[in-house]
Design a protein around this ligand. Sequence first.
Ligand code: AKG
Ligand code: FE2
Length: 318
Amino acid sequence: MCSDCQYQIPTIDFSINSLEIDRGTEEWYSLCKRVREACENNGFFEIVYDKIPLQLRAETFSMIRQLFSLPLETKKNYFSSRPYGGYHGQNPKLPLFESFGLEDPSNYESLRSFTQLMWPNGHDKFCNTVISMVKKLDDLKHMIEVMILDSYGLGEKSKSIMASMTLLRIMKYSPPPSGESMQGLHAHTDKALSTILCDDQVSGLEIETKDGQWIKLSFSPTSLVFVVGDLLMAWSNGRMHPAKHRVMMSGEKERYSLGQFVDPVEGTIIKATKELVDEEHPRILEDFDYTKFSKFFFSEEGKAVDTEMQIFAFAGIS
Ligand SMILES: O=C(O)CCC(=O)C(=O)O
Ligand SMILES: [Fe+2]
């Protein structure tokens, strides 16, 4: 998956696995171990997964193209107060980038009201396709979450890492002027618990390794990428590594991508899980309110801090 270097991209094949049939088997625990190692050592991994039919993936991206091809005035009608929700585009600092953040994307009514804002008669096919895709991504996220819990021996005690909700972010990057390479999205760590990304076969996503090299990723038609966010790092008391990533665009094609962002529910207090705090691993962050943290990273004070340091500036134990 890394086209131009020796770096070994962690790749985990889930094709033959599913939570219902395999949890507790030797094979399950070996996958849990690999998930944990990739999250701790790399902060991301390539997911090979055959349970999202190629046709569903193709139809989802066809709906996404239709959405972005709407007139700008229509796209701008979509607002949201949730971080990264609503329509974003025409940012002079990120001229190639546009995005929609869909809240509650597994709920038909919420998608229907979105499509009614965008199209005069709504768009049933858009709603049905997106719901099917989100369902697949939610199943995958759930499986990885249980694997993370099991990998630390916490799966018996907890059903989930924390109460969360999904934001589906849909992204378009226009091609840069001919012959140039340009930043599509600036380098950042995700402020979520975790993110699953997939694209429509035009690459651009780059991940920074722990030793500071930028690695270009290219997805196979059946692969996706799991990225550790700042909050999984906080929950794991710093064991999991939030991978810094960015999008660099070159060539003549647009890039479309899709991200399932897993955010805590409003009012969640983020704490390191107590089993992961001990003498060897002292607590690195104070407990903090996620909603206050999200206000901080959008504030002028927060924006002045390097992306990976924001969480420490907000809640670090000094
Ligand atoms: O387009 C991509 O693949 C990356 C998007 C991303 O990193 C983000 O929206 O946080
Ligand atoms: Fe990101």
